[in-house]
Design a protein around this ligand. Structure first.
Ligand code: NAD
Ligand code: ZN
Length: 349
């Protein structure tokens, strides 16, 4: 079968012919309906090497950690799953038996350091291929919902959902404001989730006007860039400041902007892996501001994300590519030329 393989540090992946995987014990082989291209993949093949980045992300493996598909074959011991049914894949794969994993929080696996991979598509073969084999416990049923459009929910949906849920306390109480920085695959879904879950005014910014236009269509207000951007954001909050900032870029200037507009007791969540730094100072920010990172989400939360999708409350904007065009999808992601999440549909859509 054809697959997009990360086969060398610091270089674009290759489209290769490889053997179709066989589902191991407890695994299910899926015929891939959709595999999203995430900007984290760009970090994997551009930034990381033997010294920098998680040691499990060494070449080679098939990319694609945002996957959905139809059941093709069951591995030994798997029951209760019907061939042809559509499932979304929870990507993180922990040891499966520590306290965190037993609660569906594989992202917090206590044995992560000794695991040979982090997730489906991150260290073990992912879904940018005709078929992918995944642990049966990682399947979230999609029912009659479109699995190709659903694929980005596995990361571009789940990651902002997890970050937003943890920030809900500061968005409660009325007259609250959220700011989304970076309106790509994750940021656009973040705007939809904030609108679905809170009454907060959602302010959204990006360096691309087209991305801001889509955020406005999803219910956000946007603010122009430039020198006075922080002042304009404050103005949009009536001088109150932003209660919850979500930074999907994570470089020095975006973290600095987030910290300059956050409200008293507000919360700044850095989602983007831009390796930015910030010099904290007691009087440099309002009292009791929290600055935190976030990592993906839990299996339980992915079920909730699927419910929001099936209820029509969130719908990822997607651009569909064939498997033959998958490398072009990554090129356009890196160049900032996409207008929606790039989803590779190896069997058409
Ligand atoms: P993307 O390329 O689809 O979107 C990034 C967006 O940010 C683009 O719209 C771009 O125009 C915008 N942008 C770039 N520089 C900007 C700036 N200075 N100010 C405002 N906007 C700017 O990327 P994505 O797939 O949505 O991923 C976003 C980030 O989240 C990446 O860094 C990715 O690695 C990271 N990520 C983190 C997690 C996690 O668990 N923490 C999970 C998935 C992705
Ligand atoms: Zn574990």
């Amino acid at each position: 079968m054809k697959a997009v393989v990360f086969d060398q540090y610091k270089s674009a992946p290759s489209l290769k012919e490889i053997d179709r995987p066989k589902p191991g014990p407890g695994e299910v082989l899926l015929k891939v309906a959709g595999a999203g291209a995430c900007h984290s993949d760009v970090a994997v093949f551009r930034d990381f090497d033997a010294e920098f980045g998680p040691s499990q992300l060494k070449p080679s493996f098939v990319l694609g950690h945002e996957n959905a598909g139809w059941v093709e074959e069951l591995g030994a011991g798997v029951t209760g799953i019907d061939e042809g049914d559509a499932y979304l894949v929870y990507g993180p794969v922990g040891c499966g038996h520590c306290r965190a994993c037993s609660r569906g929080q594989d992202t917090y696996c206590e044995n992560a350091a000794t695991m040979p991979y982090l997730a489906v598509g991150l260290g073990r073969d992912g879904g940018m291929a005709e078929y992918v084999s995944v642990p049966a416990r990682n399947l979230v049923p999609l029912g009659d919902a479109d699995p190709t459009v659903a694929a980005p929910l596995a990361d571009a949906g789940l990651t902002p959902y997890h970050a937003i849920k943890k920030s809900l306390p500061v968005l409660a109480g009325g007259d609250t404001y959220a700011l989304v920085i970076g309106l790509g695959g994750l940021g656009q879904v973040a705007v939809q989730i904030l609108t679905a879950l809170t009454g907060a005014t959602v302010i959204a910014i990006d360096t691309r006007e087209g991305a801001m236009e889509r955020a406005r269509a999803n219910g956000a207000v946007t603010v122009a860039g430039g020198e006075a951007q922080a002042a304009r954001i404050r103005e949009a909050t009536g001088g109150h400041g932003v209660d919850a900032v979500f930074d999907f870029v994570g470089i020095d200037p975006t973290i600095a902007l987030a910290m300059s507009v956050v409200a008293l007791r507000g919360r700044v969540t850095v989602v983007g892996i831009g390796n930015g730094t910030y010099a904290w100072n007691f009087y440099g920010v309002p009292y009791e501001v929290e600055l935190t990172s976030t990592y993906w989400g839990t299996l339980e939360e992915l079920h909730e994300v699927v419910d929001l999708y099936r209820a029509g409350k969130i719908t990822p904007d997607v651009e569909i590519f064939s498997l033959d065009d998958a490398l072009e999808a990554y090129r356009r992601l890196e160049a900032g030329e996409l207008t929606g999440r790039a989803v590779v549909a190896p069997h058409g859509h």
